[in-house]
Design a protein around this ligand. Sequence first.
Ligand code: AMP
Ligand code: GLY
Length: 418
Amino acid sequence: MRILLIGSGGREHAIAWKLQQSLRLTKLFIAPGNAGTAQIGTNVPVDVANHDEVASFCASEKIDMVVVGPEVPLVAGLCDDLSAKLPSLKLVGPGAAGAQLEGSKAFSKAFMAEFGIPTAAYQTFTAGDVAAAKEFLRKLEPPYVLKADGLAAGKGVVIPHTLAEAEQELDEMLSGKFGEASAKVVIEEFLDGPEFSVFVLTDGDDYQLLPVARDYKRAGEGDTGPNTGGMGAVSPVPFADKHMMAKVRERIVEPTLHGLRTRGIPYTGIIFLGLINVKDEPYVIEYNCRLGDPETEVIMPRITSDLLSLFDSMFDGTLSQNQLSIDSRAAATVVMASGGYPSSYEKGKTISGLDELNDCIPFLAGVKEQEGRLVTNGGRVLMLTSYGLTYMEAAEMSKRSAASVHFEGGFFRKDIGK
Ligand code: AMP
Ligand code: GLY
């Protein structure tokens, strides 16, 4: 099978790494890819925002399956445009209608309310209803949760601790702090508990759950500092046991699929449930329409089944027959980031120490090759994944590896796994 994988992060390196293990893979292209995916397949400079260009590439290279990594092309309707032009293409990723689960918080909250899916109480406001929004804020207990409706590169959620800060934040968001994305703002009740990420692979009817993971979102140790795309991840998550997962299936996964079918929204791909465990009850914090990054870097190494066949089974109605097998070992990944991330940072720093790593799988993200050297090219630079009997043990190994990789200004969280 000939596959085009879209994206350029550590997530796509991990997906490519896993797809490569399939005997059924004959050719893998990655658009645009990075220095990591270049070691596995062929990076191609196709402009992903130009859907006609992607379709022409798929036609001329006789692509059988497109796997879309990031949310932006999904929300932009890449899959709709590809299937209109090339109906036989197998598309791992939803069309724009399904991608709204991630692309619009107002949509996803209304969807959860309609189908009785547990989530924080909320209301949605626009610039016309500032007074009502402030009144709603006054009824809530601090801290306050304000979310830009649209995509904001993971920065659209703010959690102020005082009413005054919340009101100021609301004013800024509604007057364009996140551009069009915050023209609508969702204000919701704060939920307290440990978070976990559940990945549902679905063809819209049947589904399989991939290994559960936990992400460390804050830049600083002890969960301090600004939110990032994620500074590390572990899998499995001990409290996501049989009982918890039965609740997740019954109260969240199945009603979500039922809701999509009821609304006539086809969905083939991943539904990523960002969940929170409040006193042993699961609530949805957010939906995403793709795999997580860096969660994928612990999930792929734990799946022992053939990923390509698993994806393929979504297209012939055999997804539920395909028993997913999971490595009994735990996995952890530690993200090495550029100094300054998630704010501004410099690029082009030489990376050393990768060749000497053992007992660890390096996944590259913001890395490019320049004159035969690997140099930094993004905020999150690389992820180091290890296995262990427990995720603590795995995380210790990843941190030991991270200590031996160097680039100027680079940092990682030393408390991943805690
Ligand atoms: P999101 O982009 O919706 O995942 O939000 C980013 C982060 O904000 C989440 O991972 C949570 O840590 C936090 N968050 C979002 N919504 C809530 C909520 N209702 N209560 C508590 N924390 C939240
Ligand atoms: N690591 C969280 C995300 O991918 O959204």
